[in-house]
Write a protein of this length. Structure first.
Length: 280
């Protein structure tokens, strides 16, 4: 916990949270304006019972977009908090005094992870809650489930923080930042391939999308969070909204939570193994 507190104080000194706060406020302002405008336009059109409900489509699509933006901003925060956690600090000579007894290297890694993951999860949870409130206030629509998607989004950013910390063990600061965003982009591509497979339909693309999402569980958690928004919506509206923005909505089942925990353990094990072998 001492290491986690040190990491947070270091981030405050470097104005990390100021940058993220400015981006977050800008996003929420734009999202609020666009959401009220979108629902205002939807109200001008009638609703044919045989078609998809435009209010449901608009609400779920807007909140789905907000969830993607929230996860992206959480990724930015995770990268900032872990960018030079190991290799960067080692090259500056900051780690040598810390890893002398009684602080062991795994304890240092765990402290950095706890600090980054807790802040990122709290940030994503708050941003998602505000976006959900804005969406509900703007239109006569609310998601089928609110809490579970938020928790899954928080779990997704925790995994991204772990991947970013793993990268800091092996990669230089700039290379690690680029690598994490490329991993995030790979998850996005997997989601888009699965979405195309659902729309065509193509079982090959669907399988590629599912395998890619499970290989990067933050994407699978994001897709399941999207699914939770309209899991009780049926008919044409349900089909349309589950195509989802930036990756289709999918239900992976309770096994996803087990795999996410196992993935964190694997990533943590790889980070500890690499850190122990590193010559400081």
């Amino acid at each position: 916990m001492v290491v986690a507190g040190y990491a947070l104080r270091e981030s405050l000194r470097r104005r990390v949270f100021v940058v993220v706060l400015v981006l977050s406020v800008g996003f929420l302002v734009l999202y609020g304006i666009d959401t009220f405008a979108a629902f205002g336009e939807v109200d001008k059109f009638g609703h044919d019972p045989s078609d998809a409900d435009p209010t449901v489509v608009a609400g779920s699509t807007l909140l789905g977009l907000a969830m993607f933006a929230t996860l992206f901003l959480g990724t930015v925060l995770a990268v900032f908090l872990t960018l030079s956690a190991v290799r960067g600090d080692a090259e500056r000579g900051l780690l040598q005094p810390l890893v002398v007894r009684p602080l062991r290297r795994p304890a240092l890694l765990l402290g950095r992870f706890v600090g980054a993951a807790s802040v990122c999860a709290l940030y994503v949870g708050v941003l998602y809650a505000i976006a959900a409130v804005l969406t509900t206030a703007a239109g006569d629509w609310s998601p089928d489930h609110v809490v579970a998607p938020g928790l899954e989004l928080m779990a997704a950013v925790v995994i991204i923080a772990a991947v970013a910390l793993l990268g800091s063990v092996y990669l230089a600061t700039t290379a690690n930042g680029i690598a994490v965003f490329m991993v995030f982009g790979a998850g996005l591509v997997a989601g888009l391939l699965g979405q195309i497979g659902d729309a065509i339909p193509s079982h090959t693309l669907q399988n590629i999308g599912k395998v890619g999402a499970l290989a990067l569980p933050f994407e699978a958690l994001y897709q399941e969070a999207l699914h939770g928004l309209t899991s009780d919506t049926t008919g044409l509206a349900g089909f349309v909204v589950r195509l989802g923005p930036f990756g289709g909505a999918h239900r992976f089942g309770p096994g996803l939570a087990i795999w996410a925990v196992a993935y964190l353990a694997l990533v943590g094990g790889a980070a500890v193994w690499g850190f122990r072998r590193r010559d400081l």
